[in-house]
Design a binder for this molecule. Sequence first.
Ligand code: SAM
Length: 391
Amino acid sequence: MTPAARTQAAIELLDQIVAAARDGGAAADTLIARGFAARRYAGSKDRRAVRDLVYRAIRSFGEPPRDGRAAMLALADADAELAATFDGSGYGPPVIGSKERRAVPGLAPAWLIDALEKSGIGGAEQAALLDRAPLDIRINPIKADAQPIVIEGAEPVEGLADALRLPADTAIEKLPEWDSGAIEVQDAGSQWVARACAARPGMTVIDLCAGAGGKTLALAADMAGEGRIVACDTDRGRLSRLPPRAIRAGVAIAETILLDPGREIEALGDLTGRADVVLIDAPCSGTGTWRRNPEARWRLTPARLDRLVETQARLLDLGASLVRPGGMVVHVVCSLLDAEGADQAAAFLERHPGWQAERPAIAGSPHGAGMRLTPASHSTDGFFVATMRAP
Ligand SMILES: C[S@@+](CC[C@H](N)C(=O)[O-])C[C@H]1O[C@@H](n2cnc3c(N)ncnc32)[C@H](O)[C@@H]1O
């Protein structure tokens, strides 16, 4: 592809990504993959260049641009090489007109910046939300043998003996440790919040929003493969990826339960009052994971945030009913908004007299009743975690 054709491909993909963000359609990565499937002539260098252009645009604009051309024109204003690709050639974008509108660069929609500020996330913290994310792995003690794992360029992660930070371009899937299940890709922040559960051998743990089981597997490692983990989710597709991952990781103590949204208790009634720990890694706005998923800023609206906050509160109350006396509910969100984190934990404690917050001994900064991790301060994805003990 010529440089001009790459720019035009990025514009067309951005058109689809903007529409999908507005209408709740497919994620940017899916649309990009589909776009390349339809452009078989694109080689690997073309694909990388187009993808980089698309993500540069997504990172640059806090509000969804009106279309892909407005986004690319704004980038071209500060990049002469990119501007030169608007040359009107066969597969390239038309020449830049004198009065064409540009997208306005920014970090996030104004209402969201305001909510971050009110949650104590100021300028430097906000800027770091869009940095490049590191590549972290968790060493799986169930599968790793006694030999230390040696991977070129790997750095230790302070406080997490089982974590390594790898160079971003490490081809993980080609490592023998990947094949054997001795390593899992997992952000250090996720590893810390799994630690907050203090899961121990023999416990009964419910991972209420387990998704594909990233934290389930970390909990199983802390339980040394002894006890019971009930991993639940309402998303059949995500939950179905858990059992094969568990087999690969040598985890035999996790069972899965598919939940019906709004009727979760029907499938969990037998566990009422029986769990030592209920982890609620709740559905949230994902403001702490913009490094990996910058397009999430284009999808969030105040109404959607309100719905998430409601669901989180409902799941916390459900979690409280499943815990045994003296057991623990762990509230986790990969968000830095207090509405989903500190305020949510405070509201839970108010609704449940006798419950006590116990600040977990993990990395992070004390925030409200829990701990907060941020990209700028702790070099992890952004998380809030609160552990609450039943009377
Ligand atoms: C932050 S993700 C979980 C990530 C997962 N724990 C991990 O470590 O990879 C939140 C999950 O909550 C699930 N979810 C949404 N509503 C739910 C509900 N009512 N009950 C249980 N899970 C729900 C979503 O499908 C999603 O998989």
